[in-house]
Design a protein around this ligand. Structure first.
Ligand code: MN3
Length: 217
């Protein structure tokens, strides 16, 4: 996140055009999702932090992980809106118009094979988890605190940071992520989303997680 690591947080531009993920994810959804939904989380997070100078050099991760040290008056606002910024930045970076190389023999693919018995099994399990989110939330592939790949769900704008899990990839299953194109049919959105997963980013996240969690040491 570099220059966007602390207050005032900025709305990071999409790393591709709004229509780049067509026909899988439509331009109108991307414009609303990025500019309006994420934009609002960024503004509300900055509003909440405005009068708390002691928090202005905290990173987003610190605000979310050490939320018990954030003054109670703004804690909920920081968790909701900071989580919204954190999750959406990861989500948008984890998509790409580049075709995923399905036979890519990266470290993540090997780990998925070992953990789930192949990519198809992983995909089925991930999709079922994403279908099982009741209401609004996310489905994640993480490296958990035991250095194992794990699929898990979080509600609303909760992150996986309190679980000491390191995010590899995630799908936003709030209705705003898919309703315009897919109406109520979340399954179609999940199938479409798999076509625009940024495999290179997921591989890089995975390698970073292995390194930062000192797995294998
Ligand atoms: Mn969203």
């Amino acid at each position: 996140m570099n220059n966007n690591n602390h207050y005032p947080f900025e709305l990071m531009p999409l790393p591709y055009a709004y229509n780049a993920l067509e026909p899988y994810i439509d331009e109108k959804t991307m414009r609303l999702h990025h500019d309006k939904h994420l934009g609002t989380y960024v503004n509300n997070l900055n509003d909440a932090l405005k009068d708390y100078k002691e928090l202005h050099n905290w990173t987003l991760e610190q605000l979310l992980y050490y939320s018990d040290r954030v003054p109670e008056k703004i804690r909920t606002a920081v968790l909701h809106n900071g989580g919204g910024v954190y999750n959406h930045n990861l989500f948008f970076a984890n998509m790409s118009p580049e075709k995923p190389q399905s036979n890519a023999a990266g470290n993540l693919m090997r780990a998925i094979d070992q953990s789930f018995g192949g990519f198809d099994n992983f995909k089925t399990e991930f999709k079922n988890m994403a279908l099982s989110v009741f209401g609004s939330g996310y489905t994640w592939l993480v490296l958990n605190d035991k250095c194992k790949l794990q699929i898990l769900n979080t509600a609303n704008q909760e992150t996986v940071l309190p679980q000491n899990a390191c995010p590899v990839m995630l799908i936003d299953v709030w209705e705003h992520a898919y309703y315009i194109k897919n109406y109520n049919v979340r399954a179609n959105y999940i199938d479409n989303w798999f076509n625009v997963v940024n495999a290179a980013q997921a591989e890089s996240n995975y390698n970073q997680c292995v390194k930062s969690m000192r797995c294998g040491c």
